[in-house]
Design a protein around this ligand. Structure first.
Ligand code: FEO
Ligand code: CA
Ligand code: CA
Ligand code: CA
Length: 643
């Protein structure tokens, strides 16, 4: 989802920003960078960072990264359908409204209901997890797709809504929206006709914004600030919403990241209310939906603590459709874009997370306990306890990960923090106090275990001014975003000091004022704007999906991104979405032969409605609205993608 309407209340912005250091201007070569890193890592114990290279370059190992991407680049453009390179094909895997269960009603767009939607695939698919299942006896490949349904486009989704909106949002229409939020687990199999859902699979499940019981865990569970009339225990929440990107853990659970939950609440707090500062910092109540007209839990004047029960990372075990999802409060409360994880060499699990708002922060969580490859049940509690860190990007090329721990530093009662629950519920406020670096909307963050690399998508921030620049966000009016690469020393993802550099500044390289920094090998079709989601393929190569590339005059899509060697910073267009859509969740199967892609809000645009969308993709039937859909891209004849 694009958040161009979002405003920030981050107080650091008003006061001062740092100057741009030379470090961001220096495009270090990979070998030179590694050499510098190796030298400085050894010196960090004394707190002395230097760019001196004391290790001979010949001793620096070559990266295991693969060579250039091998496919025929597609052209820039924007039309009513999607495009893949010559030699590739797409499967329509599952659309909004498709049946999941044997008793699911057929999609009937003119007669939508809560009851039907609860049994059908939800709206606006975003994150895609894929948990492989054993290949069937007949050799058919299969797995569980774990799909977030981030939000609904009210005017596009239901008929007859636009003309009298918001009065048209009856209680039933709101319930249909709530049922379309959340997530789906759906078994999929690779048939002769491509990837298809297994309707009626015992794994299939719908999770929604209002019907799925969830357990709060970690330091904020049961705290007074998460208690409501419906739940005086503060331990049980009905539902999850605004699940944007997410993650799949090494133990096969699915992380659903709750993002723009502020928009689902209406109302105002009475003056001087103790939650006033907290809600203001989060943009609550945003009033993007009408649910609060019919349900008091979405009206903060009636239930001021309800927003504190959202904005978390939710962990779901897709192997057990009866399991209770868990809100992991130890990972902090903010506008979670995603939550991808990695096991550090010391056995701790590290989860990287962006807070997608202009001028907000990058975080990582380090588990207290260690991953045990032989004990999945124990691993399922790893996210219950650990340390949350927020990032400060320094001019010298180092990231300082600062712990958000009650009682440490500024996180004390004098500053309004009386417990670790307070720190986690108000993670943004805690980050403000510690001097975290205000970023240009951190979206997906993807760690790659082998070289110890972490890629951070900064989607855009057109509100940053010249006097608000900092080393990691060096462009004013950053309309097209950039990508930062973090390198964890010796692959120690638990490190509190890491190296960083900018991989590329996005946008049109032919327009000097844009200030893009693509490798000159990038073609006229190859550059893009507004990176959002990303994926690392089985060869360790980076693929970037966009949300907002339409601002450059071309559809959103997926680009293959070189991160190593001479071609570092070269981008190549692989997939183009239909008009109005953003592209989410790129997810490769482990063999690299299938790429699942979320096409979200096709047919959207200024003035677009159910009756008048910008495309009717993928059905192209008059009377059928555009349908958010998961597709799979494969090479005709088989084989790894882009190889
Ligand atoms: Fe839901 Fe940050 O995109
Ligand atoms: Ca976005
Ligand atoms: Ca996103
Ligand atoms: Ca991702």
């Amino acid at each position: 989802m694009d958040h161009s309407e979002n405003t920030t209340s981050n107080p650091r912005i008003a006061n001062g920003a740092r100057t741009i250091g030379d470090i961001v201007e220096a495009r270090l070569s990979r070998r030179g960078f590694l050499a510098g890193m190796a030298a400085t890592t050894g010196l960090m114990a004394t707190g002395c960072a230097t760019s001196d290279t004391s290790i001979p370059l010949s001793e620096i190992p070559e990266s295991p990264q693969a060579a250039a991407f091998n496919f025929e680049e597609i052209t820039r453009g924007m039309d009513e359908t999607h495009h893949v390179p010559s030699g590739y094909t797409t499967d329509q895997v599952i659309r909004w409204g498709d049946p999941l269960f044997d008793d699911s009603p057929e999609f009937d767009p003119m007669n939508q209901s809560e009851a039907a939607q609860l049994r059908q695939f939800g709206y606006n698919n975003d994150y895609l997890g894929f948990v492989a299942l054993p290949t069937r006896d007949d050799g058919v490949q299969r797995g569980l797709l774990c799909v977030n349904h981030e939000y609904v486009s009210s005017l596009l989704m239901q008929p007859g809504i636009a003309a009298t909106y918001p009065a048209s949002m009856t209680k039933e229409a709101c319930l249909t929206e709530m049922a379309a939020h959340g997530g789906s687990v759906v078994e999929v199999e690779l048939t002769d006709d491509g990837w298809k859902p297994v309707v009626g699979s015992s794994y299939n499940r719908r999770i929604t914004a209002h019907t799925t019981p969830m357990k709060m865990t970690g330091p904020a569970a049961g705290h007074d600030r998460v208690k409501t009339t419906e739940d005086p225990s503060g331990l049980l929440v009905a539902g999850t919403m605004n699940n944007c990107a997410g993650g799949t853990t090494p133990w096969g659970t699915w992380l659903m990241a709750e993002e723009n939950i502020n928009g689902n609440f209406l109302g105002t707090l009475e003056e001087g209310h103790p939650e006033a500062e907290n809600h203001k910092r989060f943009g609550v109540a945003g009033g993007w939906y009408q649910w609060g007209r019919h349900f008091s839990r979405y009206d903060i004047s009636k239930e001021p603590n309800e927003p504190n029960r959202f904005g978390w990372v939710v962990e779901v075990d897709p192997m057990d459709p009866t399991s209770t999802p868990k809100k992991r409060t130890a990972l902090g409360r903010f506008k979670h874009e995603g939550a991808e994880s990695v096991i550090a060499p010391n056995g701790h699990v590290v989860v990287y997370m962006g807070d997608d708002q202009r001028f907000d922060y990058l975080y990582k969580f380090v588990s207290k306990n260690k991953f045990d490859p032989d004990n999945r049940e124990a691993n399922k509690d790893l996210l219950e306890d650990g340390t949350l860190y927020v990032a400060r990007f320094d001019e010298d090329g180092w990231v300082e990960w600062m712990p958000l721990v009650y009682g440490e530093g500024e996180l004390t009662p004098e500053n309004g923090f009386n417990s670790q629950a307070d720190v986690l519920i108000g993670a943004r406020l805690a980050g403000d106090l510690l001097g975290a670096t205000p970023m240009d909307r951190p979206e997906d963050v993807e760690p790659h275990s082998e070289p110890g690399t972490v890629w951070v998508m900064l989607t855009n921030n057109s509100r940053r001014t010249e006097d608000e620049l900092n080393p990691a966000n060096p462009r004013a009016n950053n309309k097209f975003g950039h990508i930062i690469q973090i390198t964890e020393p010796d692959r120690d993802f638990t490190a509190t000091q890491s190296r960083w550099e900018i991989l590329v500044r996005c946008g049109d390289p032919s327009v000097a004022e844009v200030g893009a920094t693509w490798n000159p090998l990038t073609s006229d079709d190859g550059w893009f704007g507004s990176p959002d989601n990303c994926a690392v393929d089985p060869s360790g190569r980076l693929w970037v999906a966009t949300d907002g590339n339409e601002a450059t005059g071309a559809s959103d899509g997926i680009w293959a991104m070189e991160t190593e060697g001479e071609r570092r910073g070269t981008s190549k267009a692989f997939f183009r979405a239909p008009i109005g859509a953003e592209v989410c969740g790129p997810r490769f199967t482990e063999d690299g032969e299938s790429l699942f892609v979320s096409v979200q809000h096709p047919g959207d645009g200024d003035g677009a409605t159910f009756e008048s969308p910008t495309t009717r993709w993928p059905d192209f039937n008059e009377g059928t609205p555009p349908r958010p859909t998961v597709i799979a891209i494969r090479k005709i004849g088989g084989g790894p993608i882009g190889v």
